[in-house]
Design a protein around this ligand. Structure first.
Ligand SMILES: [Zn+2]
Length: 208
């Protein structure tokens, strides 16, 4: 099967976990993304991360990306600098960093040939990614277990139970609490590609 993986370096893992300490509001994430080179000031001098979509972590089309949920902040305020701890203000607000995509038995309509990874995951493929056309399910699951080991080393024992992320019933999930955030490793169908592929990623959202 076709599999695309992204390297989870210690430095990148640090950068992800630091995001769990950021106040849950747009201004704070604009600043953090800009500081990491993931967003530029717009024409008006302000930075503006586009939520509710994929967002490139660097040059578009040549980079890793993050999947962003609803805008962070308070649903009772339009002020991008206002964060709040009310669970109702954070439903479906998250950052999900993909680590691997795998297309199992996925073929091109018409030709019946294995799907071209560029059609599923971008053209050109991100420069930091590794594509393996002959990966196995074990290779894909190894990505999950390797990442779980890294996260256990950083965050300790996972929670015995946690709310499901990023969908109602991910195939696999292991979660930790870090301050006021829930940090989760997940394996799930990729809704952005209509379930043609599965993905493994790290999800960060408020802990309730
Ligand atoms: Zn609120």
């Amino acid at each position: 099967m076709s599999m695309l993986t992204f390297p989870l370096t210690p430095r990148f893992l640090d950068a992800l976990l630091e995001l769990a300490d950021v106040p849950w509001c747009r201004d704070a994430f604009d600043e953090e993304f800009r500081r990491r080179g993931w967003a530029r000031p717009d024409a008006g001098g302000e930075t503006a991360v586009g939520w509710l979509d994929h967002w490139p972590l660097g040059e578009p089309d040549h980079s890793w990306h993050v999947v962003l949920g609803e805008y962070p902040g308070c649903s009772n305020s339009d002020d991008p600098g206002v964060a709040c701890d009310e669970p109702a203000c954070h439903e479906d607000s998250f950052l999900a960093f993909p680590l691997a995509y795998a297309a199992i038995d996925c073929v091109e309509a018409g030709t019946g040939l294995p799907v071209d990874p560029r059609h599923l995951w971008g053209d050109p493929l991100p420069a930091w990614a590794t594509h393996n056309a002959d990966a196995t399910q074990d290779d894909f699951l190894a990505c999950y277990t390797d990442t779980e080991r890294l996260l256990r080393a950083r965050l300790g024992a996972p929670l015995p139970a946690a709310p499901p992320v990023p969908s109602d019933e991910p195939e696999r999930q292991t979660s930790w609490q870090r301050g006021n955030r829930l940090v989760s490793l997940f394996l799930d169908g990729n809704e952005a590609n209509y379930g043609q592929d599965d993905w493994i990623g790290i999800d960060i959202r408020p802990f309730h």
